[in-house]
Design a protein around this ligand. Sequence first.
Ligand SMILES: [Zn+2]
Length: 373
Amino acid sequence: MSPPPIALLLAGLAAWSGPPADDPAPLSIRGVYGGVPRAILDRGETLADYGINAVWIGSGGLRSEDIALLRSQGARVFAEFNTMHVASFVEEHPDALPIGPDGRPSPPPDGWQGICPSHPGYRTFRMAEFRRVLAAFELDGIWLDYHHAHASWERDVPLLPDTCFCDRCLNRFREQTGIDLPDGPTAEVSALLLGPHRERWVQWRCDIFTDWVRQFRRIRDETRPDALLGTFHCPWTDSDFEGALRTKLAIDLKAQAPLFDVISPMPYHARFGHADDPDWISRQLSWLGEHLGVDGSGGGRPLVWPIVQLSDWGEPVPVDQVVPVLERGSRAPATGVVVFAWGSLAQDWPKVERLGTFYREHVGKPDLGPASP
Ligand SMILES: [Zn+2]
């Protein structure tokens, strides 16, 4: 590939000028998730050759030299942060296992192990790690991942057990709501919580997860205030799967949204049973914009930067779908787009070429928002 025109290089450099947390202008983000796109550099090319100006890296794999390398390529660097899915924690802390309605540990659906959200030791553990990551690395932002209740939802038919009915959660619910639950067996209490007290129970659970976000935001403000706070978010509407976003995953989107700078819904069309219907992506985005009252214009927060599926997972994503998927993932209210995921994409270079063509065409285009000054 020939070197990019100087205008593209300058656009890439202009896009990297630190995160404009106070700048109301929407960002123009053309991102990849999954670490340094080293295969591009190994070919003697640059990220700008592919229009890439943002990279997400798992917080456990961050290295200062990689951040410096990406910055030298004109890219912003964002970390992904695992909130509620550090499964190894429950091995040494069995009291953090999510408890089912029968009073016994809820088996991890699909092997997906969640954590009791009221476990104080787990919360302290994650908050300390969040602070450490933000303090240690010159990040442009950090994205929460897996911030939801014990469930396997990243698939076509989600597995959504009811949790957590541990004694700690039940006692806190009693204290904080004033609802007088009987001291009987857990099965008896859980029947009341899933029955006559269901709405109070669902909201109480949602409020815990929202409060986690509030604390993450405080730590961001104290530690690296210019870094953006984002979240990789379930792409369901509030009525998909009978309202499971709130009732099962414990996500109160309207309460959480003002705490974030950026929401990155994950409309993985092929994985989630819509392999032949890329329009599903833009339908979900359109709902999100209406629900949150954001349209991608004027720089209002939260910004919406969807992460779309280009790699084969569950179902293959044919190379001819790359552009249609990116195009739908870029529609309003989106002002940026990210692709999932670099590791497998790098094994499928025709898709990378299509990605690069799309991204280059969208450098500085107003539908993705202007690059920051
Ligand atoms: Zn619990």
